[in-house]
Write a protein of this length. Structure first.
Length: 174
């Protein structure tokens, strides 16, 4: 909907975003170009109680927050970045395998519209494509991340490695 004229140009109330303009940052740098990002969601568990004598209502109490795993897909490359990250998880001596991961979406003008920061993200699945000699499809690599928290902002997120706070147990940016 046009809201008025500005030096002969029509300005719009809504700044729209298409789903095909996003990138992913790991440790404050663009990690890769991804074809797909799925699973980004949060759900607050609810507890429902029926109160005796009240037959037309129910009481809802909020419980724990659950963050769904996020799966990133991209064309298979010869860069071992994801494999190196998941391999660091195998090494129990390393304490720096958790990262903040930013999923950043931008508008047609290239301006950042929204950023989701996965706090304390850690890879839990890495998949290569099925290898078929007669296949003609692009080989797609998948990386699935679990994470402990989520921040949503209109600017880019932190993207730095995270450390567990010994007192609180929470992951915080270092």
């Amino acid at each position: 909907m046009a809201t008025g004229a500005n030096n002969g140009n029509i300005t719009h109330e809504l700044n729209y975003v298409t789903t095909n303009r996003f990138y992913v940052e790991i440790d404050s740098s663009i990690a890769a170009s991804f074809a797909e990002c799925s699973g980004l969601s949060v759900q607050i568990k609810k507890n429902i109680f029926q109160e005796g004598g009240v037959n037309d209502q129910q009481r809802i109490y909020l419980g724990h927050t659950e963050f769904a795993d996020v799966t990133l897909k991209r064309g298979f490359t010869d860069h071992p970045g994801f494999w190196n990250w998941i391999n660091a998880v195998f090494d129990e001596q390393k304490k720096t395998s958790r990262r903040n991961v930013n999923i950043i979406i931008f508008n047609q003008a290239g301006e950042t519209m929204m950023s989701w920061t996965l706090i304390g993200a850690i890879p839990i699945t890495w998949k290569t494509p099925a290898l078929q000699a007669a296949g003609k499809a692009v080989a797609i690599e998948e990386l699935t991340l679990a994470y402990e928290g989520l921040q949503v902002a209109r600017t880019t997120g932190g993207g730095t490695s995270v450390q567990r706070n010994q007192k609180s147990g929470y992951f915080v940016s270092s």
